[in-house]
Design a protein around this ligand. Sequence first.
Ligand SMILES: NC(=O)C1=CN([C@@H]2O[C@H](COP(=O)(O)OP(=O)(O)OC[C@H]3O[C@@H](n4cnc5c(N)ncnc54)[C@H](O)[C@@H]3O)[C@@H](O)[C@H]2O)C=CC1
Ligand SMILES: O=C([O-])C1=[NH+]CCC1
Length: 307
Amino acid sequence: RLSETLAITELQHHGRSPSTLESVMGKFSKRDSSEIIQPVRSVVPIQQHSGFLGVMPAYLTAEGILCTKMVAFYQRAEGSSLPSTQATVLLFHPEHGNVTAIMDGEAITAKRTAAVSAISAKLFKPALSEVLCILGSGQQARSHYDVFTKLFKFKEVRLWSRRKEMAQRFVNDLQDPVTVCSSVKEAVIGADVIVTATGASQPILFGEWVKPGAHIAAVGACRPDWRELDDVLMREAVVYVDSREGATAESGDIILSGAEVFAELGEVINGSFPAQHEKTTVFKSLGMGIQDAVSAKLVLEKWNSEY
Ligand SMILES: NC(=O)C1=CN([C@@H]2O[C@H](COP(=O)(O)OP(=O)(O)OC[C@H]3O[C@@H](n4cnc5c(N)ncnc54)[C@H](O)[C@@H]3O)[C@@H](O)[C@H]2O)C=CC1
Ligand SMILES: O=C([O-])C1=[NH+]CCC1
């Protein structure tokens, strides 16, 4: 519950000094192992139950953060009320190795992923971005809606979900108007910013529908044989990732399309690669242990200051 109080502004200082997440992703992209150690996630498939258990350790020396997240992610049958992403975060004392905190990781996962996508949108979205489209209506769709509408001004927000009633339920809880669309095509035509946050394992977003210059923050399809985006989109867009090692090991959209990775988000933050916001851009997010680590540290600091 405490992690739910983690304000997104603590993760994402829009337009001001770099946020904690931006700084740490910039540092990661320098590949200095005396500063950050974060191996690619270890994933154990749980084949008979269509699930995966991922372990995501990270050590940030200057910040004094030693952390691991354990995340279980499942492909749920349509209509299942079970969460598809469940996580626990452990913080350790870097000097002594003892556990200093055990946290629920669901809210951290939802918020840090959306905050990182928002950093990608800040860097890559077209200068005039009026239409936001979100594909999916689960936890990530919700956190992305919250952050994107808080940080950016859109004239129109559209939502598509494979079950229309779930999209309708999502929209019913909101203050501001959101258009529920009946098809992905209807939702994405003319959109400037598109978030894909689904459990799809086959492409649902096709390049022929995407407005030239649009930015896509692609959050789902985190297995080497899963897709959300088709080959046309992957090959025509400038592709950014959170981590090159993670993307080339885990992203079906990248591996199966043969698309070239242009840069990591951290490399753009560091200024070593440009943000090509005038072109169609894809930010392929897989999720990183360092993102959980700095978010968990913020939660712990808040806890220590309040209790
Ligand atoms: N990049 C990252 O850091 C992270 C990625 N994820 C991934 O993001 C995706 C969404 O995660 P959550 O929001 O936690 O899940 P959720 O279960 O809360 O929501 C999933 C949404 O996808 C839809 N969906 C499921 N299968 C589909 C299909 N075959 N075609 C179209 N829509 C489908 C569901 O109806 C629902 O709207 C998952 O793939 C998950 O593994 C989750 C956490 C972090
Ligand atoms: O980073 C993360 O926590 C996850 N990425 C894919 C599923 C969970």
